[in-house]
Ligand binder design. Structure first.
Ligand code: ATP
Length: 273
């Protein structure tokens, strides 16, 4: 299935009437699709006939009260939890993720960032990014040499993207909480993911760090599918993207934040307890 999107013109695009004018872009293809997915833990249905899709590129916020199934959704997509029923398909060829191991799913291009940063504290920012690089080793030294030069370039690129280009020689343990979060996002980027699942990126950040994180996620979503699970509505508002509200393991509402927060059922779920 595809969906039409509005986008900014590409650099150098003279057909769209100037830099500020949005234009209709190629239709966005579905990258990930969950269909009729259910999973129970000891008879309790944590995910209940869940169906939804993520396009590429796209920025999507997934919200919902405690216990709505947000973490379990990510566990299913990354292969940590296997659903009892339903389909989870991926990419142009709609391959099923359900039979793949967690490491195979990661190699397919699905990266997950947990809430708590897990960078290697004793290593430098550069070393952290180097360890994360997707770096298949071939038998020929000459090729290895070329790869390491390319790797160094890629590290610079990623560091620039996450705003840590000036911090590459620093020990990761000395970074601020926000910088560690960006480094970890960079470590995901180093593996060239197509889909990034990001769990509560704004938690514990200063206002300035939150702003940087908003900008970073929005920029990443120009080229990747980015799914942000977040409790903080102000942060979600700033992401300015489509929102999926989960409740009791199903989609309760979907659309802009204004649209979903005007939904009486959503209000009931959030405030009626
Ligand atoms: N391994 C498990 N065993 C038993 N119950 C589980 C397991 N994992 C999740 N659950 C239950 O499934 C439901 C959904 O949990 P989940 O962690 O996905 O919700 P969530 O939306 O991420 O919540 P929160 O916002 O609090 O993190 C909860 O009721 C939880 O207690």
């Amino acid at each position: 299935m595809t969906e039409a999107v509005l986008d900014r013109p590409a650099p150098g695009d003279k057909t769209a009437g100037g830099d500020a004018a949005p234009r209709r872009r190629d239709r966005r293809a579905t990258l990930l699709e969950l269909s009729g997915v259910s999973v129970s833990f000891d008879g309790f249905r944590a995910i209940n006939n869940l169906s939804f899709q993520i396009g590429e590129p796209e920025l999507r916020a997934v919200i919902g009260p405690n216990g709505a199934g947000k973490t379990t959704f990510m566990d299913i997509v990354t292969g940590k939890t296997r659903p009892d029923t339903g389909r989870v398909t991926w990419g142009e060829r709609n391959v099923s993720l359900l039979k793949m191991s967690e490491s195979r799913i990661a190699r397919e291009g699905i990266g997950r960032k947990f809430q708590k940063p897990t960078v290697f504290e004793a290593q430098t920012v550069r070393e952290n990014l180097a360890m994360a690089l997707r770096n298949p080793r071939g038998p020929l030294d000459v090729l290895l040499h070329r790869k390491s030069a390319a790797g160094a370039r890629r590290i610079e690129e990623v560091a620039h993207e996450i705003g840590l280009a000036e911090h590459l020689p620093r020990i990761a343990g000395e970074l601020s909480h926000g910088q560690k979060q960006w480094l970890e996002i960079g470590m995901l980027l180093a593996q060239d993911p197509r889909l990034l699942l990001v769990d509560e990126p704004a938690a514990g950040m200063t206002p300035a760090e939150r702003e940087h994180t908003t900008d970073l996620l929005k920029r990443l979503a120009e080229r990747h599918a980015v799914v942000v699970v977040e409790h903080d509505m102000e942060f979600v508002r700033r992401l300015d993207c489509k929102v999926t509200v989960l409740h009791e393991g199903s989609v309760l509402a979907e659309g802009s934040l204004d649209h979903v927060t005007a939904n009486p059922q959503v209000i009931e779920v959030y405030l009626g307890r």
